[in-house]
Design a protein around this ligand. Structure first.
Ligand SMILES: [Fe+2]
Length: 243
């Protein structure tokens, strides 16, 4: 089973971000994923038009897809375009749930805070706990802001707050969760959170520099994505960079 994770498309009404998205989807098409998840920051300007353009492209892939908002998204415009498909009935948070066959659940958490770059999991903790109590296959949780410390200089100021409480909810659910993946920092990375594997997807948009302990080197990362591959109950996450 293949779950493709795209993140941080940052569409803005210009051609560049859509060209990068087309490149990513062009690579992905022969892989015939079972589902696609998009972990936020779909558009930063021209939101309504950008969401339409992204929806057309994702719909054209012919597989179920799930999106959650990021800090530069417009919740109203996102709801207008994706609300019916995501099952968003009313106002925020714009969480979503999907099941892929009988082996995997996908739980998308809206941890965004209006007008802020950081996130906060507190408003969705009860909802998540209820979802994780439902009978069903184990879940891959995805959200925009990272609930762990990534260590990249300046990038942890805008992480997902209430991560201790989120960790408790996930830890309590134990085998109901396979892992958590996010976006937001525009760099692929791997760590652990709540005793589970935790990943961050590379961005479709331009990557951020890897600046650690005040040190950095030149980079020019191309667009990329994560491929989460599930086999015999095990999840392996692959980084794909389209250089
Ligand atoms: Fe972001």
């Amino acid at each position: 089973m293949i779950i493709a994770q795209l993140s941080d498309i940052h569409a803005d009404g210009s051609r560049g971000p859509l060209d990068r998205l087309d490149r990513v989807l062009g690579w992905l098409r022969p892989m015939r994923p079972d589902a696609i998840i998009v972990s936020g920051d779909l558009a930063e300007f021209e939101h309504a038009q950008s969401y339409q353009q992204i929806d057309e492209r994702l719909t054209g892939m012919g597989v179920p897809f799930y999106v959650v908002p990021g800090n530069v998204d417009d919740h109203h415009a996102l709801h207008q375009v994706f609300g019916a498909k995501m099952g968003w009935s009313g106002s925020r948070p714009l969480n979503c749930v999907g099941q892929v066959g009988d082996r995997l659940r996908l739980i998308g958490l809206d941890v965004t805070v209006a007008g802020a770059h950081h996130g906060d999991a507190a408003p969705v903790l009860d909802w998540l706990a209820t979802e994780l109590q439902r009978p069903g296959p184990p879940a891959l949780i995805f959200q925009h802001q990272h609930p762990f410390f990534c260590g990249i200089d300046g990038k942890d100021r805008n992480n997902c707050r209430s991560h201790e409480a989120l960790s408790l909810v996930i830890g309590k659910a134990d085998s109901a969760v396979l892992g958590l993946s996010c976006g937001h920092v525009h760099r692929p990375l791997f760590t652990r959170f709540a005793g589970m594997p935790a990943t961050m997807a590379p961005s479709v948009a331009r990557a951020n520099r890897l600046r650690l302990d005040g040190k950095e080197s030149e980079i020019s990362d191309p667009p990329g994505l994560l491929i989460h591959h599930m086999q015999d109950g095990r999840l392996v996450s692959h980084v794909v960079m389209l250089g």
